[in-house]
Design a protein around this ligand. Sequence first.
Ligand SMILES: *[C@@H]1O[C@H](CO)[C@@H](O)[C@H](O)[C@H]1NC(C)=O
Ligand SMILES: *[C@@H]1O[C@H](CO)[C@@H](O)[C@H](O)[C@H]1NC(C)=O
Ligand SMILES: *[C@@H]1O[C@H](CO)[C@@H](O)[C@H](O)[C@H]1NC(C)=O
Ligand SMILES: *[C@@H]1O[C@H](CO)[C@@H](O)[C@H](O)[C@H]1NC(C)=O
Ligand SMILES: *[C@@H]1O[C@H](CO)[C@@H](O)[C@H](O)[C@H]1NC(C)=O
Ligand SMILES: *[C@@H]1O[C@H](CO)[C@@H](O)[C@H](O)[C@H]1NC(C)=O
Ligand SMILES: *[C@@H]1O[C@H](CO)[C@@H](O)[C@H](O)[C@H]1NC(C)=O
Ligand SMILES: *[C@@H]1O[C@H](CO)[C@@H](O)[C@H](O)[C@H]1NC(C)=O
Length: 829
Amino acid sequence: MILLRKVRVFSLFILSHYAVKFCIGGDIITASEYIQDPGSIISSGGLYKLGFFSPNGTTNRYVGIWHNKIPALNVFWVANREKPVLDSSGVMTISNDGNLVILNGKKEVLWSSNVSTSGANAKAHLLDTGNLILQKQSSNMSTNDTTAWESFQTMCDTFIAKMKLSTNLRTNEKKVLTSWKSPSDPSIGSFSISLEPLNIPEVFLWNGTTLYWRSGPWNGKVFIGIPEMESVYLDGFTLVDDKEGYVYLTYNFAEVSYFSYFFVRSNGELLQPFWDEKYKKWRIDWSTQASDCDVYGKCGPFGYCDAKKSPICSCLRGYEPKKVEEWSRGNWSSGCIQKSLLQCARLKNGSTKAGKIDGFVKLENVKVPNYAIWSSPLEDKCQEQCLSNCSCAAYAYDAGVGCMYWSGDLIDVRKFSYAGTTLYVRVAHTELEGKRDLRAIIATAAVVATVIFSIGTFFAWQKSKKRGGKDGEQFSKASSENMLRGSLSKVNLQELVLYKLEELAAATSNFSDANKLGEGGFGAVYRGRLLNGKEIAVKRLSGASGQGLREFINEMEVISKVQHRNLVRLLGCCAEQDEKLLIYEFMPNKGLDAFLFDPLKREQLDWRRRFNIIDGICRGLLYLHRDSRLRIIHRDLKTSNILLDEELNPRISDFGTARIFGGKEDQADTLRVMGTYGYMAPEYAMEGRFSEKSDVFSFGVVLLEIVSGRQNNSFNEEDQSLSLLGLAWKYWEEDNVLALVDPKISVGCSEIEIIRCINVGLLCTQELATDRPTISTVISMISNEIVGLPRPNKPAFTERQTTTDTGSSRQSQKKYSANNVTITALEGR
Ligand SMILES: *[C@@H]1O[C@H](CO)[C@@H](O)[C@H](O)[C@H]1NC(C)=O
Ligand SMILES: *[C@@H]1O[C@H](CO)[C@@H](O)[C@H](O)[C@H]1NC(C)=O
Ligand SMILES: *[C@@H]1O[C@H](CO)[C@@H](O)[C@H](O)[C@H]1NC(C)=O
Ligand SMILES: *[C@@H]1O[C@H](CO)[C@@H](O)[C@H](O)[C@H]1NC(C)=O
Ligand SMILES: *[C@@H]1O[C@H](CO)[C@@H](O)[C@H](O)[C@H]1NC(C)=O
Ligand SMILES: *[C@@H]1O[C@H](CO)[C@@H](O)[C@H](O)[C@H]1NC(C)=O
Ligand SMILES: *[C@@H]1O[C@H](CO)[C@@H](O)[C@H](O)[C@H]1NC(C)=O
Ligand SMILES: *[C@@H]1O[C@H](CO)[C@@H](O)[C@H](O)[C@H]1NC(C)=O
């Protein structure tokens, strides 16, 4: 090490004498290895590039950092934003005092890192995170270089992974993002973004000194005012109190290949582009200018904004427009005023009998007003505390925050159709009477009507299909083709092949039994070989199955949108003459169940392979839940739906029951419970509520099956009344989890890893969905990033259940079949 450094110092000495104009392509800038316009350096992994550029519409030269591998949408960082080089004579180098500087042709310093460093041996290093750091070389060879300055600490308009948006609580000094003045002028514009840690931390976007947009309070996981965060960013963002006076917000994505960031445009729009690798283009994932409701205080005090309504502004219940004329003209800035005096005000106004106490009206899924005051961590205290303080106008409770209440104006309330939190607005008792229940009834009726409508249309289609005869056939064919075409136009046409029925019949020897690979919930799967020799798997949806077309199209839509090495690939489809077929790549090793529960094949699965399978399933699920830009809940994860490729890598298959969430809802209720007994989470099996956490439950079961080599719902010899989950729990409590491990696995030095996996399996199968980790946390857990794992609570379904005893249990309307076939139960809720 010491030797190496000496050699380098020596060679630099030579270079500085002979290389007058020396431009290099490394990742380092020193006094001799400087960059001169139009030179550049590239980070060691090739991700980022630092060099001279001119913004659109000007010939001024700036030094900036941008993405090197994909066409940059914007320049992330600009050094000399206030002072451009006016010609092409610019140089970025290390000055005599050890600072990183930009000089023009006359050797004038246009920009400097402006820190006190020691001597000219300093060097600047462009890292693969996009950070440019200035390192002071230690005069003491046995100590490391220290970072004297970094570009991440002087942010421009872009917030990329691992940057820190910070505020010093003591000095109130802030590291903020600042917009460019215009698209052709990187100098500091009027918009800035800061982290405001007062009361409850929140991100503010300012126009000069005027608040322009706010994120809503941070609840430990997401910002309450950004519903999209519920899905996409969960676990990606963290707010850190470094205990040295700084609070900062930072983020990172679990999947390295996923490239996305935030930046504030010169017009004040904060947006999140992400790189769509499949289509090779940038997409805007999220923006603060998606709706007029994004503007701070759009509807004035005591008004609220709902982008789905027309007009978008309304008064909170119990309030009416302050200036009716202006309000009706769409000038909402004056806001609303109370209709009836609250009890405190009545008392104050000399009324001796103040009458009944105030009540609260609920507004669900909202971004709560600005200036929240925190009062208590306990939910049942919120209302009481608000009532007891005359200046309290509203309260809200969020599990991650506790009680928030507001005095004075309620400003910048926004209603969403999902996420957000519930706001309780204080009103006089006279405002409460009679109205409350009617709303609830109307809302329920609307939901029921929608469901009945969609089920109704579906059955109408089925009926007309069954009616037979020319008309019926025509109708059904036309409609199935239309549906197919309609959904194909939504999916990616280039990559999905429409196969001909005769082609597929030939490939599978007319769907012969000899070619049958298995029977799924909605039909049989056949092995086939196309004329060109390519092997395929053909799923033929059974005509008799009531699920038919709907699941068919669903599966096609879902799977054509996702691509991941741990998900099975759909090649094409076919819908002809009442036949509906899906064509997949062929997986020679079939399902995981065929290995795991086969006494001979099981031996091939040593612990390394099993761990690789567990890890692969996690990554496939993470992709579905988080990284594919659409949130997909699989709903029927089980060992037979995990296919193995030649190298025994897992691929999740069977998306017939998956639900796309479009990154919006977080959980849903369904009338059609579809899944497989033994793998279904309790809240889903019992109440039809499914979410990412119900997939996590199924994953937990699969994990325990992989470790133990036993099926959850099969008979077990030790204790016939216990399910696999029950058995795992029993051993866990006895502190003897290794007893659960498949005897075919040689535990050896993998003991800790195996115990870890069982611990994770138990965490995933806990009774309460909220106790279960998200799949990204699971990945961190099994890859040992999280060191101390929590102790699990008792899992759900520890007792072994049979068809009869489930039938007679709590859910008497439901019928489950205990075999391995996907079941469906229709239930009115
Ligand atoms: C540059 O400006 C032109 C014309 O205004 C526009 O078409 C082009 O998209 C701009 N390029 C970038 C990178 O913004
Ligand atoms: C450099 O920093 C000093 C103090 O840290 C400050 O007074 C000075 O204005 C800075 N110079 C520039 C060019 O930013
Ligand atoms: C150099 O580093 C060593 C080990 O860290 C330390 O003991 C020594 O005091 C240092 N010398 C100087 C001059 O800083
Ligand atoms: C020096 O750097 C190495 C590698 O980055 C690190 O392992 C070591 O702990 C550092 N030493 C000091 C004294 O910071
Ligand atoms: C930002 O503030 C300036 C000056 O107050 C104003 O002219 C401009 O319209 C504002 N921009 C937006 C987008 O509101
Ligand atoms: C809206 O109303 C406010 C006062 O309530 C007034 O000052 C403002 O000029 C009005 N704006 C428009 C566009 O009419
Ligand atoms: C207070 O009470 C008087 C009469 O009792 C009424 O006229 C007045 O409007 C009340 N004040 C307010 C602010 O409502
Ligand atoms: C009521 O709320 C106000 C405003 O936040 C606060 O200043 C006051 O201390 C509260 N009073 C009580 C009794 O909690």
